[in-house]
Write a protein that binds this ligand. Structure first.
Ligand code: ZN
Length: 216
């Protein structure tokens, strides 16, 4: 299990310290949730913050573009230091071209699905991506409750990836806690985004370590 703490839930006034704490706690990458106020009803962070994260840590930076036409922003985020980028299938018309461009830039390409988007939307693109990000809350805000139907969706995607002999890893984003993380990884998820679950309790190092331990 790779823990991917989302800095959306961090104390941005002490971003470097917060990142250092989750790194000590065992985080494997840092997740940056980018929202544009259009695709989702919130505004968050841009490439300047990714650059700041880059300066703060040697961990890979994973960017999740919850924006209209995320394909328009691939280059600025890769230039800023993103090691992987996920685009929402709901808003990128030429997804294969966009995914190929991410790979050409030397980053790992991911695709993201909202809770209501069926797995069938992945059928053609699945062989081309390194990860599939399944939203387990409706995107827009930190601190929401995990949608229980997501566990079955994770299992079905795991089976599809195995049956087709593909390499894509499953990433889960939304509502992960110490109570549900084990069920999520047992269902087949390998990369776990945690926002409030990692940063929300005042001790990001201990919270990160506890999430990882809960999966052992
Ligand atoms: Zn995210």
């Amino acid at each position: 299990m790779i823990l991917s703490p989302s800095i959306l839930a961090a104390d941005l006034g002490h971003l470097a310290e917060e990142i250092a704490a989750v790194e000590r706690g065992g985080a494997g990458e840092i997740h940056v949730d980018v929202m544009d106020g259009q695709f989702v009803p919130n505004l968050t962070l841009g490439p300047a913050v990714v650059k700041a994260v880059r300066r703060a840590t040697g961990l890979p930076i994973d960017v999740h573009l919850m924006v209209e036409r995320g394909d328009r922003y691939i280059d600025p985020f890769v230039d800023a230091g993103a090691r992987s980028l996920s685009l929402h299938v709901e808003t990128v018309p030429h997804l294969q071209r966009a995914v190929a461009h991410i790979a050409d830039r030397g980053a790992e390409a991911g695709v993201a699905l909202n809770p209501s988007t069926p797995l069938s939307a992945l059928e053609e693109i699945l062989p081309e991506v390194g990860r599939v990000l399944l939203m387990t809350v409706n995107p827009g805000f930190s601190g929401q409750v995990f949608l229980p139907s997501s566990l079955d969706k994770i299992r079905r995607l795991r089976e599809t990836i195995a049956a087709r002999g593909l390499k894509a890893r499953i990433q889960i984003d939304g509502g992960v806690t110490g109570e549900n993380v084990r069920a999520i990884t047992d269902a087949g998820a390998e990369i776990i985004v945690a926002g409030v679950g990692a940063f929300g309790g005042g001790n990001p190092e201990a919270a990160s370590r506890a999430l990882i331990e809960a999966c052992r």
